[in-house]
Write a protein that binds this ligand. Sequence first.
Ligand SMILES: [Mg+2]
Length: 245
Amino acid sequence: MIKIILFDIDNTLIDHTAAENKAISWIHDEYFKQSISLIDFHNMWLEKTKKNWRLFEQKKITFTEQQTQRIQDVWKSLGNKVDKKTARNIFDEYLSEYEKAWKTFKGVEDLLSSLENVGILSNGNLAQQLKKLQAANLLKFFDQKNIFTSEEIGIAKPDQKLFSYIKEKLKLKNNEILYVGDKLGYDIKPALKEGWNAIWIDHYNIFRNRNYEKVKNIKELKSLLEKYGNNLFCNNGINSPFINK
Ligand SMILES: [Mg+2]
């Protein structure tokens, strides 16, 4: 019996990639239009983002340090040097463009309003993720006690310990939790390993793994929940094809 559905945020409920792309284009046009093509800049930005985000997840740097360090790394790669204060200002400009572009995927509000008990499990900074949910008009669907972020807890996905910690917090059994996320390695595999149910969603339809079924949009997710979830939130149990595949 599923008692709660937890969602990842970025690229699961909110189109992080589209917002990020807009903000990257803006910063390229503002600072490096003459010196590097957008595509090269874009790839380099993502590489520096990944590097610094990983350091943040490993608790080697703080959330704000991964932001300023990202700017300093990008500028350095293009032969420029910026001090921390300037990097902070540039990142704030980037952030404002990123935030302006936050949008949910089609059907998210409709889906969430059809579910009884939902929560969030996201790697990231609590304040930013709350702001993001608020901006996308989704915060109203979640009880604060069911919103979990890695930074606040001090453990990040895909660390198995995060999943067992949350199970304890929710006072539920593993098979009473269903997790929906876009990253196989970060979201789906550790959730299934823990004994949770999990549904992999790939809005951009870019990942392949024949051992794991996936849905490609919120509409497919909703039909799947309707198909297998007639017994959601009651005592008959859910006959999900996603249990521990
Ligand atoms: Mg995600």
